[in-house]
Design a protein around this ligand. Structure first.
Ligand code: ZN
Length: 158
């Protein structure tokens, strides 16, 4: 019962409003190279679409990968995921596969162009399954920072 003159507390949030959650974002870096060319395009078409990024000699980036996870907070340890577990998963699933490599050589990029957008999706898929196996945390987003001007996100992107 609310006393006269006292403002009633707000109604309990409806089920459609998400409760606040804790997330953790960890940043990794590695160098890799790529050539942007669609396998079904001619050299001329690739040059027209991708410009200098289609140069057959390729070019490199120092990729920064920001991995965001969420999940129940471990009350005792105070974290969402053990960072060393995420590091081990990243090293095994991503760094070992792509660091110091030509992305085009990876089987997944034989049928799709190794843009940062596609790389973000491939990394997301690579991490999600291993994380589910080894942690109660859930992958939310993978962000690939390719240059100072460009970054690309895949996941629960707002
Ligand atoms: Zn590039």
């Amino acid at each position: 019962m609310t006393a006269p003159g006292v403002v009633a507390p707000p109604a309990v949030a409806s089920a459609s409003v998400a409760a606040p959650a804790v997330s953790m974002t960890r940043r990794y870096t590695f160098p890799a190279a790529h050539v942007l060319r669609h396998p079904s395009f001619s050299d001329r078409e690739n040059q027209r679409v991708y410009g200098k990024c289609a140069n057959p000699a390729g070019h490199g980036h120092e990729y920064a990968i920001e991995v965001t996870v969420t999940g129940p907070l471990d009350e005792r340890l105070g974290w969402v995921v053990d960072p060393s577990v995420l590091d081990a998963i990243f090293d095994a699933q991503v760094r070992a596969r792509f660091a110091h490599c030509l992305l085009n050589d990876d089987p997944v990029f034989r049928s799709q162009v190794p843009t940062a957008e596609n790389l973000a999706q491939v990394i997301y898929a690579s991490l999600a399954e291993s994380l589910a196996d080894r942690s109660s945390a859930r992958l939310v987003e993978v962000r690939v920072v390719e240059t100072r001007r460009n970054s690309f996100s895949y996941g629960d992107v707002k």
